[in-house]
Design a protein around this ligand. Structure first.
Ligand code: PLP
Length: 420
C-alpha cells in the first residue's frame, strides 16, 4: 500500500487547522539531501549543478538550493528575475529559452549566461553582442522521456539547434564574433540511463567541433520512482561512465571540460506532498465506479491529466481512532467540471480511468497525493473553475511547519479585470 513519505498524521491535522486544504507541503530535509547528492555527481574536471527552477519556482525553495551551492537553469526572463529576487547572483544563472526575451542584453550585461537555442536566437544575440561568450543548445537527434510529451530530443522536438544545422550555427557565430564556451543538450525527463550515456557521447562529438568550449551541460531528466515498481536513476551509476568519457576526451584532445547538469525532477519530485480533503463520494453502480472527489485536482496537479502520470495516493481517515478500512477499487477525481480532471488515469493514458485499490474513502477524510514536488504547483491549470491557487508550506528541518506561499484570495483572481 502507498504510504506517507514525510508527513505525520499530526502534521496533517495541523495543516487542516492552520492552513486549510488543499496545501502543498515541501520538505526541507529532502530538498537538502537531494541537493547534496546532485553536488556529488561523478565528474572528471569539475562540476556545476544548476536547479531547473521551472519544476517549482517558489522563493523559499530557491533560497534553500542557493544555500546548498546550486546554480539556476532559467527557462524565461521571468524566471531569471525570480531567481535574482530570491537572492541568486546573476553569474550563477543560465538561461535556455524557447522564447528568447527582447531585453536579453540587460541580463547578459549583468552576468547571466545564455544558451542560444535556435539559429534565429544566434542572429538576435549576434546583432547586439559582438565578441560575447555564449552557449549553444543542440538537439543531438535523439531523445528520451517518460512519455512522448516529456521527450525533448529527436526529430519531433523543437528544442535546440538541430544537429544537422551545426555548421550553419558555427558559421553564424563566426560571422558575429561570438565565442562559444559551452555546449548544452537536454533530451527529456525520465530518460533511460543507456540513452543518457549515449547522448553524452554525442554531445562530446559536438564539443569536438567547437575548440573554444570549456564546459558541457547535459541538462536534467533523471528518473525518479514515484510508484512502487518504478526504477529510479542512480546518479553515481549514470555519472561514472560519463566521467570516463570526459577523461578519454581529455587524453585525446588535451581539453579538460567542466560538467554542468541541471535537474528539476530529481531534486523536487519526492520533496512535496499535496494535502487535500475528500469532499464528496459518488458511485455509478455495481458495473460502474466509486468516485472520491477531492477539493483539489488539475488546478494543483495537471500531470495525470496531461501525461497519464501516476502519483501515490494515501487516504487518512478523519476519525483517527477508526479501525483500518478495507481496500477497495476507487477512482480519484478533482473538483473541476471536466472529465479529464482525474488523479487515477491509466499509466500514460490520460483518457482512461484506472480504479486504484485504496482504503475506502469517506467524505471528510484527508487524501494525500505524494511525489508532487516537480511540475505540479508550477504547472497547474491555475484558476480553472475560478478555484484559488493553493497554499504552500515548508516542513522545516526542525519539524515545524511554515507558510511559504499564501492561498490566493478571491480578489487576486479577478484583480486584473477592468470594465470595458
Ligand atoms: C526542464 C529542463 C530541465 C529539467 O528537467 P528534469 O526532467 O526536471 O530534470 C533541465 N534543463 C532544461 C533546459 C530544461 O528545460
Amino acid at each position: 500500500m502507498e504510504q506517507l513519505r514525510f508527513l505525520t498524521p499530526e502534521n496533517i491535522e495541523q495543516i487542516r487547522i492552520d492552513f486549510g486544504t488543499p496545501t502543498f507541503v515541501y520538505d526541507e530535509d529532502t530538498l537538502r539531501t537531494n541537493a547534496k547528492s546532485v553536488l556529488n555527481f561523478p565528474n572528471a574536471f569539475g562540476l556545476y549543478p544548476r536547479y531547473a527552477m521551472k519544476s517549482a519556482p517558489t522563493g523559499a525553495i530557491l533560497r534553500i538550493f542557493n544555500s546548498e551551492g546550486l546554480g539556476i537553469d532559467a527557462s524565461s526572463e521571468f524566471e531569471v528575475e525570480r531567481a535574482v529576487r530570491a537572492g541568486y547572483g546573476t553569474e550563477s544563472i543560465s538561461m535556455s529559452t524557447q522564447e528568447f526575451p527582447e531585453n536579453f542584453r540587460y541580463w547578459v550585461q549583468d552576468g547571466v549566461h545564455v544558451n542560444l537555442c535556435s539559429l534565429n536566437q544566434i542572429h538576435k544575440f549576434g546583432i547586439w553582442g559582438k565578441g560575447e561568450s555564449i552557449g549553444l543548445r543542440f538537439n543531438p537527434g535523439m531523445g528520451s522521456g517518460g512519455t512522448n510529451r516529456t521527450n525533448v530530443g529527436g526529430p519531433s522536438s523543437s528544442f535546440g539547434i538541430w544537429k544537422e544545422d551545426l555548421e550553419e550555427a558555427k558559421k553564424l557565430c563566426e560571422h558575429y564574433h561570438l565565442k562559444v564556451n559551452r555546449i548544452h543538450t537536454h533530451i527529456g525527463s525520465g530518460s533511460d540511463p543507456e540513452v543518457w550515456q549515449k547522448v553524452a557521447g554525442m554531445s562530446l562529438d559536438i564539443v569536438r567541433k567547437f575548440p573554444t568550449v570549456k564546459s558541457l551541460n547535459l541538462g536534467g531528466g533523471y528518473k525518479v520512482a514515484r510508484m512502487p515498481g518504478e526504477q529510479a536513476t542512480d546518479l553515481q551509476e549514470i555519472g561514472t561512465p560519463v566521467r570516463k568519457l570526459f577523461e578519454d576526451f581529455e587524453k585525446e584532445t588535451g581539453r579538460k571540460l567542466k560538467l554542468e547538469i541541471e535537474p528539476g525532477t530529481y531534486l523536487l519530485a519526492h520533496a512535496c506532498s499535496l494535502v487535500t480533503t475528500v469532499q464528496d463520494v459518488t458511485s455509478t453502480g455495481p458495473s460502474g465506479y466509486r468516485f472520491l472527489k477531492l477539493n483539489a485536482g488539475m488546478t494543483e496537479i495537471l500531470r495525470p491529466s496531461l501525461y497519464g502520470a501516476q502519483h501515490p495516493i494515501v487516504i487518512i481517515p478523519e476519525d483517527s481512532q477508526a479501525k483500518p478500512k478495507e481496500n477497495i477499487e476507487q477512482v480519484v477525481v478533482g473538483h473541476c467540471c471536466e472529465s479529464g480532471d482525474l488523479l487515477t488515469p491509466a499509466p500514460n493514458e490520460p483518457e482512461s480511468l484506472a480504479p486504484r485499490l485504496l482504503p475506502k474513502g469517506e467524505i471528510g477524510d484527508s487524501c494525500i497525493i505524494e511525489g508532487v514536488g516537480a511540475y505540479c504547483s508550477s504547472m497547474s491549470a491555475k484558476n480553472y473553475n475560478s478555484f484559488p491557487e493553493a497554499a504552500e508550506v515548508l516542513k522545516k528541518s526542525d519539524g515545524s511547519l511554515s507558510l511559504i506561499r499564501k492561498r490566493q484570495t478571491f480578489e487576486q483572481i479577478i484583480e486584473n479585470e477592468v470594465a470595458p
